[in-house]
Ligand binder design. Structure first.
Ligand code: FCB
Length: 442
């Protein structure tokens, strides 16, 4: 028995074990002719990001990508889920930057040379600032901009990637960023939010159509699902929970797989949706080949009162991570089974992200992270239960390869299997990295 409680033999033949990162969080946006994205401007606005940190240097992966790929290979991972920075590929949202395309070309070849299977993500939140100036996700044209970008980048690397996701976490792109205002562009506006909720799906559909037209396959979308628990059984609490669940978990899956929006979300958003939204479902429903699910935690919902949707969260009693996120592995089992039963049917499902932030520090050249080892053990066990229940789960990507820029929380929320010293940029594999290696290589 390994520290993680499993070996490869405990999972079905061909199960894909991988790890994940995203471009803005690790590459260093100041290199290679990358243009400004809305994350640079969001971070430059006082009060938005802890210590006003940004992704200008990040993990300097743009220059250190070769040893970083070696770390992935040495851990025994089969696959690497990475993303392309849109502003690196198209610095002003239009002009193509050959240096940027060459970087992703080298990166993909570097994976193949190490027997790492490339799982690409087209959008992990780095919208070019020039497109944000034109309204970004509020502007319907974003779907065409995204389609152009998709064609540009996939013409370069599409022949060698094993799978491609369009959008990472549409809930974060739309709701977290335009209604809650916690991520770029930091808006708190229900009209902007409603439009972003719709346009992000339209952009997804257009990108799928473009890639099909190019003869590319194995296309998917990555949604984040989060447990939603009402704190009591008062009708107003249950109603707030239902709206939270509809906006967070149901909206995107329902649109892609059923061609409709859930009632509990539509009741507040419909007046703010763009005209003719119903006519976009044929595009939004462009068939996908797999579904990605990112899962981290659950939230306890209270009724906030005031205006719709009256959702607020309150701390719960479960074990917490350094982010104060509650640890609830059974919700992962639940969501995998739920997503297949309600939406994706027989399509392959991947856990495209799962992991935790720890208070990790170096100790005599090592980095002990027992909480992460336990977290991963319990979540891998939950994934095995979902498989036992008949869910077509085909792979699991740990978030994240290394400590990185955790968006509005800056650099001190450490999610990595590998510790990064942000002064020297030195990488040190944590105990969890060694545990993964033992499980995958045993
Ligand atoms: C997800 C994001 C990823 C990372 C993890 C902790 O929401 O996709 O970039 O921030 O959370």
């Amino acid at each position: 028995m390994t520290g993680l409680g499993f070996t490869r033999a405990d999972f079905p033949e061909g199960f894909v074990f991988g790890t994940a990162t995203s471009a803005y969080q690790i590459e260093g946006a100041k290199f290679g002719g990358c243009g400004p994205s809305h994350w640079d401007t969001f971070a430059a606005t006082p009060g938005n990001v802890e210590r006003a940190e940004d992704g200008a240097l990040a993990c300097d992966h743009y220059n250190r990508w070769q040893p970083d790929l070696d770390l992935i290979a040495n851990a025994g991972f089969d696959a690497y889920r990475f993303s392309m920075n849109w502003a690196r590929v198209m610095p002003d949202g239009q002009r193509v930057n050959p240096e940027g395309l060459d970087f992703y070309d080298r990166l993909v070849d570097g994976m193949l040379a190490r027997n790492i299977r490339p799982y690409a993500t087209l959008y992990h939140w780095d919208l070019p600032a020039a497109l944000a100036d034109k309204g970004g996700w509020r502007n319907r044209d974003v779907a065409s901009w995204f389609a152009d970008y998709t064609e540009t980048v996939m013409s370069k690397i599409g022949d060698r990637v094993e799978a491609t996701a369009t959008i990472n976490e549409p809930w974060c792109v739309a709701w977290l960023s335009h209604f809650i205002g916690a991520h770029a562009p930091g808006l708190r506006d229900i009209r902007a939010a409603a439009r972003a909720m719709h346009h992000v799906l339209l952009a997804h559909g257009r990108a799928v159509e473009v890639m099909r037209g190019m003869g590319l396959n194995n296309l998917g979308i990555v949604t984040n699902l989060e447990g939603s628990t009402p704190v009591d059984d008062r009708p107003e609490t249950i109603a707030a929970h239902e709206r939270n669940h509809a906006l967070y978990n149901e909206w995107f899956l329902s649109a892609v797989f059923k061609g409709e929006y859930p009632k509990a979300a539509l009741e507040g958003l419909e007046p703010h949706l763009p005209q003719g939204w119903q006519d976009d479902f044929p595009t939004i429903q462009a068939p996908v080949d797999w579904l990605g699910i990112n899962y981290y935690t659950r939230k306890r919902v209270v009724n906030a009162g005031g205006a719709w949707p009256q959702i607020a969260y309150t701390p719960g009693p479960l074990e917490k991570t350094a982010f104060d996120w509650e640890v609830d592995p059974d919700q992962l089992r639940h969501f995998l089974t739920w997503a297949a039963t309600e939406y994706s049917g027989d399509l392959p499902i991947y856990v495209t992200e799962n992991g935790m932030a720890g208070h990790d520090y170096l100790l005599d050249g090592t980095c002990p992270d027992p909480q992460r080892i336990k977290y991963l053990r319990d979540h891998f066990a939950a994934a095995r239960q979902a498989i036992a229940e008949g869910t077509p789960l085909r792979g699991y990507f740990v978030w994240s390869l290394m400590d990185n820029y955790e968006w509005a929380a800056g650099y001190d929320k450490r999610f990595g299997l590998v510790h990064v010293d942000f002064d020297t940029l030195e990488r040190t594999p944590k105990d969890s990295y060694h545990a993964i290696r033992a499980a995958l290589r045993e």
